[in-house]
Design a protein around this ligand. Structure first.
Ligand code: NAP
Length: 486
């Protein structure tokens, strides 16, 4: 990329695109090629202060709109994004290295759907009235105030819009800090807000890294609510920073999800979905099943079919519609994943496929960040690679002899985000699901999302729930008004 077509982004504060006060920049690279594609402001406390001031100044006007008026704004934002849907997909694929088919079908589509969903969902939200013999209680959902939103790089606009939409709907004003690794579509969202005339200060974006921009946002005394999605270690820091000011806090953190294949699973017809659950977005989805637990009676048959399907996936050019898997987000992340594969070998694991650079990889991607989908057999269920979140295209395989043992292994990690169960007996699968310590369990499907249901993790996978009424509750303060009858 030459200097002339290098994308330069600015912060979006008080309705203006403006550079960071400190005039430092962060380089942003294409994961597929390793090329420099953009530079973003390396913002710091002063920029966060400006954005929080803008959000504070805008709060009275925005929060005094009726909820129908704010829902109408959400629809206009969705329309604005819809008109740039292909651009969202292209930017997301460029910025993350993910296949364009995924960026179109999941990232772009869901980002728009998030705004439409919350705009419509609020219309179904019935007024809550609790009658007493001598009084009437009425629940009012008031805005919390200034919402600080912090998001990761794996599903950039998808996860940002999942927070922005309910935050604005409920009357809060927003300061968002997207991941420094994937700033492009957050900027596009700011452009859409600007184009359609969202009042200045209602929505602000501050680009930068976690320490310089994220930390001052989470500890800012005027920020009333923090919604954070990211790693568990960062979540711990965010929780510490938010606690002294008693901010409302939602933490959507890491996972180490189990995929349980029961003895009666239809492994032939379900194999494409099981592979998708393992490797979608190169395994960089918090919900991916990175540990596959297989009933011992079908272990060999499953492993042969699974490895066969995985090795036939097309890994390469993210802009090709036929590509299944793209690049990893950064060189550092690739190296971290490689170090886990090395640990697996030292722990006695057998690499059945993958383990390094994809074979016959095109030269145009030689400087990008790639690992072929990797399947590891022979590790104990409590080995490092089966217990720690790798967040990449790596799965470990483990046999079990009965449901009790499957549950024991599934619940062995410190995480508790998601899981899936594959079985011909849906009732048995549903009962087994109740015994898995995680926020979400799918039976005979994976990532089959209804946006009304609660989303979130238990144990080290998070605190709180978002989605549907849970988002409405989190992004507001429920206040009771009790009126004694005359
Ligand atoms: P991360 O390193 O924790 O970063 C997440 C965000 O926090 C980024 O914007 C990051 O900024 C910022 N940040 C870093 N340090 C901070 C601090 N001290 N204070 C405030 N903000 C700070 O996570 P990631 O590597 O981007 O994302 C991968 C992780 O996210 C995985 O663990 C995955 O499981 C998890 N995840 C969870 C869910 C869920 O719904 N549960 C969904 C998606 C991803 P910079 O990156 O710009 O420095």
């Amino acid at each position: 990329m030459t200097e002339s077509n290098l994308i330069t982004l600015n912060n979006y504060i008080e309705g203006k695109f403006q550079n960071s006060k400190c005039n430092h920049w962060i380089d942003n690279y294409s994961p597929a090629t390793g090329d420099l594609i953009a530079r973003i402001p390396c913002s710091s406390t002063e920029d966060i202060d400006d954005a929080v001031t803008a959000a504070t100044n805008a709060f009275n006007g925005w929060s005094s709109l009726s909820i129908e008026e704010r829902a109408d704004w959400l629809i206009r934002i969705a329309d604005g994004l819809e008109s740039r849907k292909e651009e969202i997909a292209q930017l997301e694929s460029l910025d993350t290295g993910k296949p364009i088919s995924l960026a179109r079908g999941v990232d772009a589509a869901r980002s728009i759907a998030n705004f439409r969903f919350f705009a419509n969902h609020i219309l179904d939200h019935e007024q809550q009235i609790f009658e007493m013999s001598d009084a009437t209680n009425r629940v009012l959902y008031k805005p919390v105030g200034i919402a600080g939103l912090i998001t990761p790089w794996n599903l950039p606009l998808y996860l940002l819009s999942w927070k922005v939409a309910p935050a604005l709907l409920m009357g809060n004003t927003v300061v968002a800090k997207p991941s420094e690794l994937t700033p492009l579509t957050a900027n596009l969202l700011a452009e859409v807000m600007d184009e359609i005339g969202v009042p200045p200060g209602v929505f602000n974006i501050v680009h930068g890294n976690g320490i310089d921009a994220g930390a001052p946002l989470t500890s800012h005394p005027k920020v009333n609510l923090i919604s954070f999605t990211g790693g568990t270690a960062t979540g711990r820091e965010v929780a510490k920073a938010a606690s002294s000011g008693f901010k409302k806090l939602s933490l959507e953190l890491g996972g180490k999800n189990a995929t349980i294949i029961r003895h009666d699973a239809d492994i032939i017809s379900k194999m494409p979905e099981i592979v998708r659950a393992s490797f979608m977005n190169q395994g960089q989805v918090c919900l991916c099943g990175s540990r596959i637990l297989i009933h011992e009676t079908i272990y060999d048959e499953f492993v042969e079919s699974f490895v066969n399907t995985v090795t036939n996936m097309s890994v390469g050019d993210p802009s090709d519609e036929a590509t299944d898997l793209g690049a990893l987000i950064s060189a550092a992340h690739r190296d971290k994943i490689l170090s886990y594969i090395q640990i697996a070998k030292e722990e006695g694991g057998v690499i059945l496929c993958g383990g390094g650079m994809p074979l016959n990889h095109p030269t145009q991607f030689k400087d990008g960040f790639w690992i072929a989908p990797t399947v590891i057999d022979g590790l104990k269920p409590d080995s490092i690679c089966a217990m720690e979140e790798i967040f990449g295209p790596v799965v470990t395989l483990h046999p079990f002899s009965n449901d009790d043992e499957a549950v024991e292994i599934a619940n062995m990690t410190d995480y508790g985000l998601a899981g899936s169960i594959w079985t011909a007996d849906s009732d048995a699968g549903s009962e087994l699901a109740e015994r898995i310590d995680s926020g979400m369990v799918w039976v005979n499907c994976w990532l089959h999302r209804d946006l009304r249901v609660p989303f979130g993790g238990v144990k080290n996978s998070g605190v709180g729930r978002e989605g549907g009424d849970w988002s409405i509750g989190f992004f507001s303060e429920a206040v009771n008004i009790c009126v004694k009858h005359n």
